[in-house]
Design a protein around this ligand. Structure first.
Ligand code: THG
Length: 296
């Protein structure tokens, strides 16, 4: 599983202030930190960046590439001109840069797909359509086919497209989990060779901070089983990265067994393993979500 570090983010206190002040030091420290923690890509998340994105994105790209020239970057903003300005100054990395993201809305993708093609960038295809969030796997599939067909016609092959079905918080949209997983199981049939990704931490947006890691870790393993290729993830969660890099097969086995309803009773398990079993059950909707699911 590839990991795309999420925390070079305008919403963060330190990074937000550094971006505003055009102070490269905290940004470069964050980039070096993410590389040391094993991130395969670094997501540069500027949010909407309506006012100054065109000037800010190239400034950040250059600051980051000065210290980590070998880590590919994801350029994350809804400002199309800012994305293009970032790509203009981008210095070649072992993997091409990743545009984050192109929505399934014609007025967006007809502007952005040609930019991806021109700069040889990969892009994240965000399953956000004219009516917003798709309701199920079939609506996701329809949006996916529409955008990928357009991209293929413009000369961008599926291998350069990372499909994002959009992860939603488990505490408010528990019923969205099954369609997300079904969609990723279908993906290679509807878009052979396409890659995939998601904003993993969205699943735990809402629940208490100390419970976010186990939700993120468990859902990552469940999605990997459905074919997920990469996750946008928290580089400070070392256990998550260990699991992603195949260092915790004991956890992966327990999660798979629970998905298949072949897990031992929690009374026979260590607290660590029992917590993963309970978390699979709450993510799959076998148990109703509450913030105290690990205590039950
Ligand atoms: N899909 C795609 N891109 C995305 C998302 C997605 N980019 C943005 C987001 N979703 C993924 N990135 C983050 C970044 C931070 C957090 C969650 C997802 C996060 N941060 C902590 C918080 O808000 O509490 C800490 C903030 C801080 O640094 O202080 O949860 O779905 N394609």
């Amino acid at each position: 599983m590839l990991c795309i570090g999420e925390s070079l983010n305008v919403m963060g206190k330190t990074i937000g202030a550094a971006l505003k002040a055009r102070d490269p030091k905290p940004i470069q420290e964050e980039a070096l930190f993410q590389k040391e923690k094993g991130m395969d890509y670094i997501d540069i998340n500027l949010g909407p960046a309506k006012k100054d994105g065109v000037e800010l994105m190239p400034w950040v790209v250059q600051a980051v590439q000065e210290v980590v020239p070998d880590v590919p970057l994801a350029l994350d903003t809804s400002n199309i001109d800012a994305i293009e300005a970032g790509l203009k100054v981008y210095k070649e990395t072992p993997q091409p840069p990743l545009i984050n993201s192109i929505m399934c809305r014609v007025e967006r993708y007809e502007k952005m797909v040609p930019i991806a093609a021109e700069y040889n960038a990969d892009f994240i295809a965000l399953m956000w359509g004219p009516e917003g969030l798709p309701r199920d796997e079939n609506e996701r599939a329809a949006l996916c086919v529409e955008l990928l067909y357009y991209a293929n016609e413009a000369g961008v092959p599926n291998e350069k497209i990372w499909v994002d079905g959009i992860v939603t918080p488990v505490n408010v949209q528990q019923e969205q989990v099954a369609p997300m997983m079904k969609f990723y199981e279908m993906l290679q049939d509807i878009a052979p060779g396409a890659k995939s990704t998601c904003g993993l931490s969205n699943i735990s947006n809402g629940p208490p901070a100390h419970l976010r890691p186990i939700l993120n870790q468990t859902y990552m393993v469940m999605l990997q089983r459905c074919g997920m290729y990469s996750v946008i993830s928290d580089p400070r969660d070392e256990k998550l990265t260990d699991i992603a890099k195949g260092k915790r097969e004991d956890i992966v086995d327990m999660i798979y067994k629970t998905m298949d309803e072949e897990n031992p009773p929690v009374s026979e398990l260590s607290k660590e393993m029992a917590d993963y079993v309970k978390t699979v059950e709450v993510i799959l909707g076998r148990k109703l979500y509450s913030d105290s699911w690990l205590e039950l």
